[in-house]
Every structure is written in C-alpha cells, then in structure tokens.
Design a protein around this ligand. Structure first.
Ligand SMILES: [Zn+2]
Length: 446
C-alpha cells in the first residue's frame, strides 16, 4: 500500500487534528525502514533475487525512493493548501502561513520555496469568489470555418478577417500569447492602442503562461463600456476555461473570476481560438512581442501550484535516474527501460520476471551461485570461462548455433558484442523482445 500512496488524506488528518509535524513525523530510522519495505516489495514483485542492488531495482521499477516520495507528498500537501488559501483549514492569511506548522515542517517548506526561487505569496491561489459556471463568457473554439488547423494558412487568415467583419464588427480586439524558450517564459498582449510583454517564473507551463496572458490583458488592455474580443492560439487554455470545474487549475479559476467581474459591470467578453502560426496577423504580432522578451523585461511573480507540483515530482523521479547513471551498473548493463514499458509488450508475468532478471543480470547461473558459495565450480566446462549470463548469451560455444539464428532475427551484425548492446537490440520493440524470450529456452534459461 505504501508503494502506491498518492493521497494526502492521511497527511491532512495529522496536520489539522493534532498540528503534529508531517514530514518529520517519521524519524530518519523510520524513513529508512520505509525504504526497506519498498525495496523488499519490489524484489518480490519483479521476481529478482534478494541481493539485486537497490539502484537497479528502482530504475527497473520506475519508482522514486519511498522516503523521498513521503517528503514530497508532504510538501505537496502544504503547497496545495497555499493555493486553496481562502478555503484552507491550515492557512487563513498569507502572513500567517507558517504559524500553525511545526518548525521542522515550516523549515522544509521554506527550503523548498527558496530552492524554487519564489515565495508562497506568489503562488496563484483560488479567487475569493470562486466561479465554476461553465457559461462565464462566450468561448469560440470550433464555431467558425477558419478554426481548423488542417486548412492552408492563406485560407485561415482570409476567412478569419471575414469572420471578424461579419460577427464582431464593433468589438475591441486584443491578441494574447504565452511563450516558453530555454531561457525565458513570457506573456504578451496587444490591442490597437497598447501592448505589454512580461517575463514570468520559468517553472510555469505554457498553459499557465497562455492563461496569465489573458488575465493580464483583462487588467491592462481593456477599454471600459466596450465589447471585447480576446484572441488566443491556445486551444487547451480556452477549452479548459469552457469546461471549468472545482478541479480546474487555479489560474483558470482566476481568469473566470476576472471575466465574471467584467460581466457584472455589463461588459461583454468573448474569447476566440485562432490556429497558431497560420498567418493571422494579430496572432503573429502577439507571438513576436512575447518572443522579444529579455532579461530586462519587467517580471511578474505569479507561479502556478500545479506546475510546482509536477516539477517536484519530475525532480524526485530524476533522482532514481541519476543514481543509476552514477552507479557502476550503467556501464555494465546500459540504459534500461522500466518494467512498465516492458510489460506492455509481454503481457505475461512469467516473461516479465524473466526479462527483469535478464536486465538486472540476476539469472541464476553456476557463475552467479558460486559467488555466494552455492555452487562448487564457477567455470563453464566447455569454454573454461566464468559461467555467468553474459558468457551463456554472448560467448559460450555450446550455444554457438542458437546464437547465430538469434543474432540474425535481432539484426545483430557484429559477432563480438557486449551485454549492453544485446539488450538494446532485444528491447527495441515488442517483436524482438518476444523472439528473444522464446529463444531463451535453447540457452537452457527459463
Ligand atoms: Zn561456455
């Protein structure tokens, strides 16, 4: 159960009922015990021997270290509370954020934010009056002929102009765009009167940027007492707003609240999706303003909690990858896929376990057994070499003819290859994997 813990209910209970430390509720000894439970369960699930190194085990299972996951889930819980702030039982006002936390938890949270280079006040939180009515405004996603990416650019741009003249002749038009490159994440918007371009926190996703661009346009570019038409090339941002619910990203709920306020002032706002990079001059210009961002562009602090959480998760899985790459096993076995990828191809648990043992080099052979004093003779009687799995598959003379056939089926040209190269040929696709598994019995492996 611990392995697949992905729910913060338990944490919530601890935090609210007793105000006890969440992250440091477990001592380091307890956290280490969790890791032992995790690796033991993984060994059983993958069917590999007890001495399989943890580095290989976690990489093969595609899992993060459990103690790291427990700490991550605790931090995630607090960040979610910050994002739902007006309604969170934990935090009532931004300046009281840490007041109900135990010092150890508060410190962990401070470190997380310092590492992310932001502060809790910048996390996009729920508006005071959350709005989850899907009919917040008119959103045109596929109502017009030009709203089709398959069409040639020339048709999209000319039909767009016609559509505006016909259906939105008196609207004040604003174009928005979000942009993400390896150095900057930015938002931009412009009307016939004004324009803006801001840098935003680089952890924000493109979706967050596109929505923030619309939010900023509503704050900066709108004319009073005029009907407004906002253009965006983000289909996902607009459809997310159209299908808004309590579970929508906070930035979507912020946008909905902003539009709602305008609606109460009797101002009509419509949103129109325009296919990106299709020659519509409004969008081209918004795109180019967003890309003009530099280190000197003004900075807006907002950061989406959802993007922080996915970053933390990615980072945690990255640790498993790095530990493997730094270990000696990377050079012995090569870069291995995880068992979830493999099991999609085999669809058979016996084969999964066999492949897991092949990948982790833990197939039982005399060479391997003698390392643990379980076999008197580590040498192959025919070849007089250490009789381990690489000897059997790659070099043993007993299997020379089986090998020739297998190599041909796997498109292996060179006669002298490493274990790592063999695996890369085996794991190239489903067909190769199945051929390999079926041939193993001729190597006396099953
Ligand atoms: Zn041999």
């Amino acid at each position: 159960m611990l392995l697949f813990m992905d729910d913060s209910t338990e944490l919530m209970h601890h935090a609210t009922a007793k105000s006890s430390p969440i992250i440091n509720k477990f001592s380091e000894t307890h956290l280490k015990a969790c890791n032992v439970i995790q690796t033991t369960s993984l060994r059983i699930a993958l069917g590999v021997p007890i001495w399989t190194p943890n580095v290989i085990l976690l990489k093969l299972a595609g899992q993060e270290i459990l103690s790291g996951k427990i700490k991550r889930l605790a931090i995630q819980f607090f960040i979610k509370q910050i994002a739902t702030q007006p309604f969170s039982a934990l935090f009532h006002t931004p300046d009281k954020i840490y007041s109900q936390l135990v010092e150890k938890d508060a410190e962990s949270l401070r470190i997380t934010f310092r590492t992310l280079n932001c502060i809790p006040d910048h996390v996009i939180s729920l508006p005071i009056f959350p709005h989850s009515n899907p009919n917040v405004c008119e959103i045109f996603l596929k109502d017009f002929y030009f709203q089709n990416k398959e069409l040639p650019s020339s048709i999209i741009s000319s039909d767009f102009i016609e559509c505006i003249q016909r259906f939105f002749p008196n609207h004040f038009i604003i174009a928005t765009d979000g942009s993400k490159s390896h150095c900057h994440t930015s938002i931009a918007g412009f009307s016939c009167l004004q324009q803006f371009c801001y840098r935003i926190h680089p952890l924000n996703s493109l979706l967050t940027a596109e929505v923030l661009a619309i939010c900023q346009a509503l704050d900066e570019l709108i004319l009073p007492e005029t009907d407004i038409l906002i253009l965006s090339d983000s289909f996902s941002a607009l459809s997310s707003l159209k299908n808004i619910s309590f579970h929508s990203p906070k930035v979507i709920q912020r946008l909905a609240a902003k539009i709602h306020i305008r609606k109460n002032l009797n101002q009509k706002i419509a949103l129109l999706w325009v296919p990106g990079h299709s020659g519509v001059s409004w969008n081209e210009k918004a795109d180019s303003i967003a890309k003009q961002v530099s280190d000197f562009s003004p900075y807006i602090d907002w950061i989406a909690s959802e993007d922080i959480l996915s970053h933390l998760k990615k980072q945690s899985f990255q640790i498993t990858e790095e530990n493997y790459h730094k270990s000696k096993y990377q050079s012995l076995i090569g870069n291995i896929p995880d068992i979830l990828t493999i099991s999609k191809w085999t669809g058979n648990r016996v084969q999964d376990r066999l492949i897991a043992r092949i990948i982790s080099k833990t197939i039982t052979t005399p060479g391997l057994l003698s390392r643990f004093n379980l076999h008197p003779d580590p040498l192959c009687r025919v070849c007089n070499e250490i009789n381990d799995i690489s000897h059997i598959l790659l070099r043993c003379q007993k299997y020379a003819s089986v090998r020739v056939t297998l190599w041909r089926k796997l498109n292996i040209v060179s006669a002298n290859i490493t274990y790592d190269v063999l695996l890369s040929h085996v794991l190239v696709n489903k067909n190769h994997l199945l051929i390999f598994v079926q041939t193993l019995k001729y190597f006396d492996i099953d």
